[in-house]
Design a protein around this ligand. Structure first.
Ligand code: ZN
Length: 222
């Protein structure tokens, strides 16, 4: 019987972070919480901060840090579902957000570990550049795993295309931005002895096993 974990997952786009978050959350029976999910939940609940967040989103504006932090606080401390822990995905993105998260989770016992899912840039570049998507329903394919009929969606018959923002130049720009944004965050967690870098290459099952082993080792030291 596992008794939850409080985890932050970092990793560049194309590292398989979303997939691994789902698997690890299922293993430890805790919710996988992305920033987008939290924002939607807050808006749905109609809380005060949810309504403020909705205002920014409706106007197409970026959410200020303090609003995101308040949403995270409300979702993590105000909800029964996160009692046993959580897998946080997409938050924090900055040191300021990490400091705020630190305060939010302190009463819960703090974070167990921050996983940096490491896949080399050259590999994610290739993965992302080979990505193809259905224009109509959003189903994902790749050059290596195309739909049955070349570039006709198996699910809906729509056109399967390469997204404009999946060109090598655009991908490289996003990865560079992520690196700039995340490097201080990674250093901040390393200084606090919370960071574990996990090799994200290979079979998804093997990667999950590696992550779970790292979390188990940390939890046993609690
Ligand atoms: Zn489709």
């Amino acid at each position: 019987m596992t008794d939850g974990c409080r985890l932050v997952m970092l990793g560049r786009q194309g590292a398989g972070k979303g997939t691994q978050c789902v698997r690890v959350a299922r293993h430890f029976d805790v919710p996988h919480i992305s920033t987008g999910d939290m924002l939607r939940a807050a808006v749905r609940a109609g809380s005060e901060v949810g309504l403020r967040a909705k205002g920014f989103m409706d106007r197409g504006e970026l959410l200020p840090d303090e609003v995101i932090i308040e949403v995270v606080d409300e979702q993590l401390t105000g909800s029964e579902s996160t009692r046993g822990g959580f897998v946080l995905d997409g938050f924090p993105r900055t040191v300021a957000q990490a400091e705020a998260l630190d305060k939010i989770v302190a009463p819960l016992g703090g974070l167990d570990v921050v996983i940096d899912l490491d896949v080399p840039v050259s590999v994610v570049l290739e993965r992302l550049a080979s990505r193809r998507v259905c224009e109509k329903c959003g189903a994902n394919y790749s050059v290596a795993e195309p739909p049955t009929n070349p570039w006709v969606c198996d699910a809906c018959g729509g056109d399967v295309v390469q997204r404009d923002d999946d060109t090598p130049v655009a991908i490289r720009r996003r990865l560079d931005l992520y690196e700039q944004e995340t490097a201080p965050l990674v250093a901040w967690y390393a200084e606090r002895d919370l960071l574990e870098t996990v090799d994200g290459l290979g079979d998804a099952d093997d990667v999950s096993e590696r992550i779970i082993a790292v979390i188990d080792a940390r939890r046993s030291k609690r």
